[in-house]
Write a protein that binds this ligand. Structure first.
Ligand SMILES: Nc1ncnc2c1ncn2[C@@H]1O[C@H](COS(=O)(=O)NC(=O)[C@@H](N)CS)[C@@H](O)[C@H]1O
Ligand SMILES: [Zn+2]
Length: 480
């Protein structure tokens, strides 16, 4: 197994270098926190979005597209939401030379753009459940250290699903559906994750509760790669979103949202990558198989024709394949495609042409095997499945080896010094004890495991701050 770069000083350098050299983003754009998507990176992101759209289709969410500019009057309707985002929005104050009479904000997320329209669109129980989503760029004036894909000021692939329901129970059903959608998506990316219910003091502004999905990055810090929020009727009251019930009464709808972004790609790059660069799951790789002809001078066989014939057969089989005919050394080609994370490389030399064989090299295990020409398509497909299994197993092993259950703050501090990751501590549930633990550990409380039943084994356990009976397991981590 190739030694992975683990710790922050190596990992963040590795990450920034891969983003640049593998052709994902160009960070030289002259606005801080805003980057240019390069063709290869954009193709990967589009493949991820394809799976998101499939899930939206499967679960009856309709795609919409809202304006990016929101009038201040709309933005200021829900008190908690304003408080949460006021310091994070970009303002548009002029059109041409004229100051605007109503200032506009660039959407940081689209609740305040959508919900006045929901109020016009939703009239009756027959309109519910109402389920829409969009994948757009949103803008947040992040003041912490910006990082490509991870913490940007223009989130260029912001997925936001917004739903409305007749009651709390149906909104809860939607949250369960979001968790299932997310789990199916994570399987496609071979990513292992945990879901935590955010503490009261760290919910999404305007939410009744928030769930966060976290992965553990190679430097041991966690990255939030998805969130689901139950808003109850908080926004419906502020935006007057009412529906007529079967008995003719009028009720405020219950709402939820579900959000993800290009952080999904950050997680794929970070978690599956190794010292040679990216390792892409075949599900989202723009090129799934690269064929490298290896000519020998004065050998009369034509390795290029053989390579093209194999490429054609793979293409017809629906596999994304590329023949690298550049006039450079094969070793240089191997380097380039390994950096770009292409899951399989097929090498063909004169001996392969004569023997009707090919050599297939796996990117995830860096192993090679010789395969009969006639078996190429079948073997490639088998290897894709093996690679997905292997990547998912490695991701799960990594995650599970970075979650530690302790009983005291001292043990927690040791755990963080040792390998960071997620530390689970018994907790009484009182806010001041939670905040105290964050302070002592210099870490954020991710929340409590969700669904709760997974986490018990608390009998007799005490809160390490107040000594009170522990009712919850609290998760802490150093986060991005
Ligand atoms: N600055 C950022 N850069 C990249 N991704 C981000 C950034 N801020 C948030 N995200 C991602 O966007 C997801 C949704 O953002 S959020 O604030 O948690 N939730 C919302 O905005 C809700 N309205 C759901 S759409 C987060 O889970 C996180 O994965
Ligand atoms: Zn306590």
């Amino acid at each position: 197994m190739v030694e992975r770069k683990r710790w922050s000083e190596a990992f963040s350098d590795w990450f920034n270098e891969v983003i640049e050299t593998a052709g994902i983003l160009d960070k030289r754009y002259p606005v801080k926190g805003m980057n240019v998507w390069l063709p290869y990176g954009l193709k990967i992101m589009r493949n991820i979005e394809k799976f998101i759209r499939e899930e939206m289709e499967r679960t009856g969410h309709q795609e919409v597209l809202f304006p990016a500019l929101i009038p201040e009057t709309e933005f200021r309707k829900e008190a908690e939401h304003i408080a949460g985002f006021e310091g994070e929005v970009f303002w548009v104050t002029h059109a041409g030379l004229d100051p605007l009479d109503v200032r506009l904000i660039l959407r940081p997320t689209s609740e305040t753009a959508m919900y006045s329209m929901f109020s016009l669109w939703i009239r009756s129980h027959a309109d519910l459940p109402f389920k829409v989503y969009q994948i757009v760029n949103v803008y947040r004036y992040e003041t912490k250290h910006t990082r490509p894909l991870i913490r940007v000021r223009e989130i260029s692939h912001f997925f936001e699903a917004h739903t409305a329901h007749r009651d709390f129970e149906d909104a809860e059903r939607q949250i369960r559906e979001d968790l299932e959608i997310f789990d199916r998506l994570m399987r496609k990316l071979a990513i292992a994750y945990i879901i935590s219910k955010r503490p009261e003091w760290d919910k999404f502004p305007g939410a009744f509760y928030s769930l966060g999905a976290e992965v553990v990055m190679p430097d041991g810090r966690t990255l939030q790669i998805g969130t689901m929020h139950n808003y109850k009727q908080n926004f419906a009251r502020a935006y007057n979103i009412l529906y007529e019930t079967e008995t003719g009464d009028h009720e405020y709808v219950h709402q939820t949202t579900f959000g993800m972004s290009e952080r999904l790609l950050a997680a794929v790059i970070a978690i599956h990558g190794d010292d040679r660069g990216m390792v892409l799951p075949p599900t989202i790789a723009p090129i799934q198989v690269v064929i490298v002809p290896i000519p020998k001078k004065d050998a009369e066989v034509d390795v290029y024709a053989y390579a093209r014939e194999i490429a054609e057969e793979l293409k017809v089989a629906g596999i994304r394949v590329h023949v690298d005919e550049r006039d450079i050394r094969p070793g240089r080609k191997f380097y380039d495609w390994e950096l770009k994370g292409v899951p399989l490389r097929i090498e063909v030399g004169p001996r392969d042409v004569e023997g009707k064989t090919v050599v297939i090299a796996r990117r995830d295990t860096l192993t090679k095997e010789t395969v009969k020409r006639a078996r190429v398509v079948d073997r490639v497909r088998e290897l894709f499945d093996e690679i997905m299994e292997n990547l998912h197993a490695r991701a799960r092993e990594w995650l599970e080896s970075h979650i530690k259950r302790v009983e005291t703050l001292e043990e927690a501090k040791e755990a963080f010094e040792d390998r960071r990751g997620v530390v689970e501590i018994p907790w009484c549930g009182e806010e001041e004890c939670g905040l105290r633990m964050e302070e002592v550990l210099d870490a954020k409380m991710l929340g409590t495991p969700y669904p709760e039943e997974e986490a018990l084994r608390l009998e007799g356990k005490r809160c390490p701050v107040c000594g009170g009976e522990a009712k919850f397991v609290a998760r802490f981590a150093r986060t991005y």
